[in-house]
Unconditional design. Structure first.
Length: 317
């Protein structure tokens, strides 16, 4: 039986472009840079590995093992991973943690990473900062609830939607026995923060949903990551509103990266994509912007129908 054209074209695109590009972009140290022939970094390496692990095309186990070895060598003594070589621990710790959490062999490394994440409290939401905010006169810049606490791009700074979403996913990707006792409280605070930062009409942007009383405009990427982070939370009006915003906006998406992440998020909730939407493999071209490691990896993930985004079972101890 001949496969439907849409499925066949997507499979061929993954086989003929995505996988060869990702394998060809892997550096000798096992990692990936943001672009071909650039220095390895944790962030693009994690996305490339996630894409290759989930794609329907057989991939060399040696390439994947080299990627894991790169991550293990890049981990810092405090359990975190740096965004740049020689830097301090950062938000990319969440990405690396999610990659390694499926294998019991890396329990020690993952536990150290999770402990680091749980110790990273943003300073903008401390009790002292909240008291100072109340004492200030004049109209507040924003109206979010400062008692909720997520994660920032840089440790001990401010909570942002996307790093909070990645940290939530990392904690949930880990077997519960690997998490420190305070992880449950961190998850509750971070989940509350995501809902608190949701734009009034649904969806999320990079920062605050309201500034000086003006509603913020949602963006596709933060909305996609937030919905994936909230996947296991009970369904409710706010989540439904955000899913509907993404679904209604889907046909208007004009960039490959946003379309890929939106598709992953909507399909993870079992939402049927609009028939009129633009096809990823038809949008993709040879421009440098489209040929970055992350964009290719997200595209590969979006076009891999059997992707395993969420952990299915607990790892036996």
């Amino acid at each position: 039986m001949v496969e439907p054209q849409g499925i066949s074209a997507e499979y061929s695109f993954v086989r003929d472009l995505c996988v060869p590009f990702l394998l060809g972009a892997q550096n000798r140290d096992g990692g990936w840079g943001f672009e071909t022939n650039s220095d390895s970094r944790v962030e693009p390496s994690c996305w490339a590995m996630r894409a290759l692990w989930n794609c329907p095309i057989p991939v060399s186990s040696e390439a994947l093992k080299s990627g894991v070895d790169y991550l293990l060598q890049a981990q810092l003594k405090d359990g975190s991973w740096p965004a740049n070589a020689g830097g301090a621990g950062s938000w990319v710790t969440s990405l690396a943690c999610s990659i390694l959490a499926s294998e019991k062999e890396y329990q020690r490394e993952v536990q150290a990473a999770v402990e680091w994440l749980c110790d990273d409290y943003p300073r903008d939401s401390t009790l002292w900062r909240r008291m100072l905010q109340k004492l200030r006169s004049g109209e507040p810049v924003d109206n979010h609830d400062g008692s909720f606490r997520g994660w920032g791009w840089t440790p001990h700074t401010s909570s942002w939607v996307e790093p909070t979403a990645f940290a939530i996913q990392a904690l949930r990707d880990c077997p519960s026995a690997w998490r420190p006792a305070e992880s449950a409280a961190r998850l509750d605070l971070a989940t509350g923060l995501l809902y608190d930062r949701m734009c009034p009409g649904g969806g999320w942007n990079c920062g605050n949903p309201m500034v000086y009383g003006v509603a913020g405009e949602p963006l596709v990427l933060p909305t996609g990551w937030a919905l994936l982070a909230l996947h296991d939370c009970p369904d409710g009006e706010r989540k439904t509103k955000s899913l509907n915003w993404l679904l209604n906006h889907f046909a208007k998406i004009s960039t490959v990266a946003s379309l890929a992440v939106a598709r992953i998020a909507l399909e993870s909730y079992g939402r049927e994509l609009p028939r009129s939407h633009r096809r990823l493999h038809e949008m993709f071209d040879a421009r440098a912007l489209s040929r970055t490691t992350e964009v290719v990896a997200w595209t590969c993930l979006a076009l891999s129908p059997k992707r395993h985004w969420f952990p299915k079972t607990e790892i036996a101890n």
